[in-house]
Design a protein around this ligand. Structure first.
Ligand SMILES: Nc1ncnc2c1ncn2[C@@H]1O[C@H](COP(=O)(O)OP(=O)(O)OP(=O)(O)O)[C@@H](O)[C@H]1O
Length: 233
């Protein structure tokens, strides 16, 4: 469903991605690993179109999205939870979710939050009136998920969703990812540092090094030697 071919991207003079090819199939959980600074976030941003690709192609469901704006990609069914969550701190929890819905569907249809947004986060409806900025880190991460799940995406891009979050909430996020996976309607491309977390959710793994894919394979093939070679710091 998502096919990225020979993607090149970077900032100013510096080239970060030098021809990255990756695929995500329907319902799959694909993890992108790599040491710090290898370009994992750059990759996800380029897939979403937040950062312009300098070469290569991004296609989704057979459509070439390479030159589409992020909003267009969202309307095609791609949901993005950025690193650092990017909650609107001054807006209420309800507004944060409705804005996600509006962004993905073009315009707002009333003020109803669809059940799909919050069914996995029972705490959120009890906080609809609170400011996003007043939530804890873990609650903000749940809100960031709810904001994209509201539009029922077919592909979810998750950039380090467990970063800076306490262990009990990490377990909750793992449960959410597993529940999305078992529904089988939404594929996930996950950037994650914790190998233990990756082992508990992934189907397929790609490892980035020096701007290109150094290793790829089924989760079961990710052995200690590969981890030492490409991931140990
Ligand atoms: N806005 C930016 N402007 C210039 N350089 C950037 C910018 N964002 C990232 N970089 C550089 O691009 C490279 C890749 O960064 P990126 O954040 O994609 O890596 P990452 O693999 O996601 O790292 P981490 O695991 O630390 O989040 C790094 O050298 C980083 O310093």
């Amino acid at each position: 469903m998502l096919t990225v071919e020979k993607l090149e991207s970077g900032y100013g003079e510096s080239a970060v991605l030098r021809g990255v090819t990756l695929q995500v199939r329907p319902g799959q959980v694909v993890c992108l690993l790599g040491r710090n600074g290898t370009g994992k976030s750059t990759f996800v941003k380029s897939v979403m179109g937040v950062l312009k690709a300098r070469g290569g192609t991004v296609s989704y469901g057979g459509r070439d999205l390479t030159r589409q704006a992020p909003g267009e990609r969202a309307r095609s069914g791609i949901g993005y939870v950025p690193q650092g969550r990017e909650i609107f701190g001054q807006l209420s929890v309800r507004e944060n979710i409705l804005i996600g819905l509006e962004a993905a569907r073009g315009k707002r249809r009333g003020d109803d939050i669809p059940p799909a947004a919050v069914e996995r986060f029972p705490v959120l409806p009890t906080m609809y009136g609170r400011r996003g900025g007043d939530l804890s880190g873990g609650q903000q991460q749940q809100l960031a998920f709810a904001r994209v799940l509201a539009a029922e995406p077919e592909l979810l891009l998750l950039d380090e969703p467990c970063e800076g979050i306490q262990p009990s909430i990490v377990d909750d996020i793992r449960d959410v990812i597993r529940s999305i996976k078992s529904d089988g309607r939404t594929a996930i491309l996950l950037v994650e540092q914790s190998l233990e977390f990756v082992r508990s959710v992934a189907d397929y793994v790609y490892i980035l090094e020096k701007g290109s894919i150094a290793w790829q394979g089924e989760l079961e093939a990710l052995d200690d030697e590969t981890v030492r070679r490409y991931l140990t710091v």
